[in-house]
Design a protein around this ligand. Structure first.
Ligand SMILES: NC(=O)c1ccc[n+]([C@@H]2O[C@H](COP(=O)([O-])OP(=O)(O)OC[C@H]3O[C@@H](n4cnc5c(N)ncnc54)[C@H](O)[C@@H]3O)[C@@H](O)[C@H]2O)c1
Length: 434
């Protein structure tokens, strides 16, 4: 059975489904399409399905031209219906894995995707690869055990694998194709089949021995980032008290050719990964009586950075004899990271919220979002021209988009609080660093 499956991969007759066509799923679908496979995309969002069928991409790293080409060729078939699974041989699941209000893993999207896949499988053998980031044990619990409950033999009738996605939105050097991909199978054959498929689109596959090793590796990567960012954020608070420039300290430490890796402070962490993934590990640890103190500490420090930004804004305004109340404040950049349009978990919103609580008059400017609806209010992006820049009592740079003309901003602003060291190299008395 496995030989026939591998042959279908080789001659590209294998019919692949991608479930969840977001930041992860759409580029994955494109990678398979670009190698000549027919891909069936399933997403619960009518709006997204309609846009894709109209040849429009909503993911920055995927061009509408590419989507249109594959839709027009009839190779990319997109719908909201799971019925199509009955025609397929394999699916990759790339649905969201958010947190509940109480910061517990919310696996309802994964459960929905798996249950609907299992209810519609017709061809055997079939391959299911879970790519959503989650705690160790999820693939076994949500896929292998569910198959067994239905009397389907995992590893024989249905191959099961976990392969974490490492896509870095906006990164021009690393895409799906040239980022090594970790892969763990439920059995030897599962690994063989999943590696066979993924090696068609990815240059280097990194096989691991178990599903749990693959799940844990992703959480190690993102916890490593969250903890190191927290360490440098904490040192930033200390340096602020001591009047030391943290940015110069990091620059100096970075000259060590070994044993040091620079991380940078900022207004807080954002996106769908770094603020969330470590919480999955924390939660799982507790179920086995293990408490990840590093994760709790890092979450606490990173989550409090917006408060520190606002505190510093108060001190900057104080120098100009102004209270925060009724001061005009412009937030530069509201997305969670430079040069991407993703707003998820962006610390800009915590900062805006806090400033509003103190009755500041808040506006924003972001080249990726001309309008924002936030906490019941509609905001319009301020055009960055000298006469507008000079209107504000304080400009807080939260996200350092390349489109911002730093010199022009520095020349026209009354005061700037730079949370990213974006104004490095411009020496002016009106610029204050985190
Ligand atoms: N965004 C990143 O940079 C990134 C990087 C690595 C890993 N991840 C992980 O990948 C997973 C997906 O993240 P994303 O950023 O692509 O999310 P996303 O929200 O951009 O995309 C998920 C898509 O799944 C769809 N969806 C939700 N439930 C569904 C269901 N039951 N059936 C079909 N479609 C469904 C949504 O409509 C959405 O289009 C998450 O687990 C995330 O942690 C994300």
């Amino acid at each position: 059975m496995i030989e026939k499956f591998l042959e279908q991969i080789e001659n590209k007759t294998l019919k692949i489904g991608v479930i969840g066509l977001g930041y992860v799923g759409l580029p994955l679908a494109m990678a398979f399409l670009n190698k000549g496979y027919t891909v069936y995309g399933i997403d619960i969002s009518d709006v997204k399905v309609e846009m894709l069928n109209d040849g429009i991409s909503y993911v920055q790293d995927v061009s509408s031209d590419d989507v249109k080409k594959h839709i027009d060729d009839g190779k990319f078939k997109v719908s909201t219906s799971y019925k199509v699974i009955s025609k397929l041989d394999a699916v990759s699941i790339t649905v969201p894995t958010p947190l509940s209000k109480s910061k517990n893993p919310d696996l309802s999207y994964v459960k929905h995707a798996v249950d609907n896949t299992l209810a519609n499988i017709n061809q055997k053998p079939f391959l299911i690869v879970l790519e959503s980031t989650t705690y160790p044990g999820t693939t076994r619990e949500f896929i292998v055990e569910e198959l067994e409950k239905r009397g389907i033999r995992a590893g024989e009738e249905v191959f099961v694998a976990f392969s974490p996605e490492r896509v870095d939105p906006g990164n021009r050097n690393y895409s799906i194709e040239n980022t090594p991909k970790i892969l763990g199978g439920y059995s030897e054959n599962c690994l063989k089949v999943a590696s066979g498929l993924y090696s068609k689109i990815i240059e280097k596959i990194v096989p691991v021995e178990t599903l749990e090793e693959a799940e844990m590796a992703k959480l190690l990567e993102n916890t490593f980032r969250a903890v190191n960012i927290a360490l440098v954020n904490e040192l930033t608070l200390m340096c602020d008290r001591m009047g030391i420039n943290i940015w110069n300290v990091i620059k100096a430490a970075s000259t060590k050719p070994y044993g040091f890796m620079p991380f940078y402070p900022g207004p807080g962490i954002g996106g769908h990964c770094i603020p969330l993934d470590p919480e999955y590990l924390l939660w799982k640890g507790k179920t086995v009586g293990f408490y990840n103190r590093f994760i709790e500490l890092a979450s606490d420090i990173n989550a409090n950075m917006p408060r520190f930004v606002v505190d510093k804004a108060v001190r900057v305004l104080n120098r100009y004899g102004k209270p925060l109340k009724n001061s005009k404040i412009l937030i530069l950049g509201v997305t969670y990271k430079k040069d991407v349009s993703d707003l998820r978990e962006s610390p800009a919103f915590n900062i805006i919220n806090l400033l509003n609580q103190f009755d500041a008059i808040v506006n924003y400017s972001d080249p990726f979002h001309s309008k924002l609806y936030f906490e019941g209010e509609m905001y319009t992006s301020v055009e960055l021209k000298p006469e507008n820049i000079s209107l504000f009592d304080l400009i807080i740079l939260v996200t350092d988009h390349s489109a911002f003309n730093k010199q022009e901003i520095a020349d026209n602003a009354k005061a700037i609080l730079d949370t990213r060291n974006a104004f490095d190299g411009i020496k002016k008395e009106n610029i204050f660093k985190l």
